[in-house]
Design a protein around this ligand. Structure first.
Ligand SMILES: CC(C)(COP(=O)(O)OP(=O)(O)OC[C@H]1O[C@@H](n2cnc3c(N)ncnc32)[C@H](O)[C@@H]1OP(=O)(O)O)[C@@H](O)C(=O)NCCC(=O)NCCS
Length: 199
């Protein structure tokens, strides 16, 4: 009788610009499973498959949205979106949103979420972005650990952020400077604007 060998899955991350092979189905399956397991990115229940596939195709068409996917042994098991400011938003041109980040339950605990987050941050730097903002339900404990572990600062709490199964849930708001220089520049500009706040 053979002995099963322990398999260490391979993980990878990439920016997705078109769907190939089983990508669209795998992405929808992964998102479906993540929503069923407690969601975290808008949907409380998974939408019908044709609605989901139309949604993902739409994401690729929006110029400000950059879609990243994480793969476990080659199959899509995770995703996140970097949402860049629109061109008319000059005042917030330095910042972008990290949104709709999830890993399918069966692919968790292998470092995929961390890999995807770091890829999103690097893409932000490459596009001249100096700050990432994100918000999250207070119930998403693993994600809170993930982001705080990666240096995100919680700056606010929304008392009426989301309603799930009739229950109101708070939301936590985070930001992260993408470089120490960006943080130092911003702090000195804030001090110049608000001299009364200086210590
Ligand atoms: C949060 C989530 C993306 C983490 O995915 P993952 O691939 O398992 O995470 P990783 O393996 O990359 O772990 C990275 C870090 O996340 C945190 N983390 C992951 N799973 C955790 C758990 N079950 N409990 C506490 N912290 C956890 C840890 O800080 C971990 O770092 P460590 O391994 O050095 O301790 C996943 O649990 C998920 O999809 N949750 C539901 C959706 C969600 O909350 N999305 C976020 C915002 S919309």
């Amino acid at each position: 009788m053979g002995v099963a060998s322990a398999h260490t899955p391979s993980i990878s991350v990439e920016r997705l610009t078109k769907f190939e092979h089983n990508d669209l189905g795998d992405l929808s399956d992964a998102a479906d499973a993540a929503i069923e397991a407690g969601g975290g990115f808008g949907w409380v229940k998974p939408p019908p498959r044709h609605v989901f596939e139309a949604y993902w195709k739409g994401v690729l068409l929006v110029p400000e949205r950059v879609l990243f996917v994480g793969r476990l042994d080659g199959a899509i098991a995770a995703a996140a979106q970097l949402v860049l400011p629109t061109r008319n938003n000059e005042a917030q041109a330095f910042s972008a949103q990290l949104m709709h980040h999830f890993v399918a339950p069966w692919a968790r605990g292998h470092g995929l979420a961390k890999l995807v987050t770091l890829a999103v941050e690097q893409a932000g730097r490459d596009k001249g972005i100096s700050m990432i903002n994100l918000d999250i339900r207070e119930t998403q404990i693993a994600a809170i650990q993930l982001y705080e572990g990666l240096g995100y600062t919680r700056w606010g709490v929304h008392p009426h952020y989301a309603k799930v199964d009739g229950r109101m849930i708070r939301g936590f708001y985070y930001h992260k400077f993408l470089s120490p220089e960006a943080e130092a520049d911003s702090l000195s500009e804030t001090a110049q604007m608000n001299p009364g706040d200086a210590p």
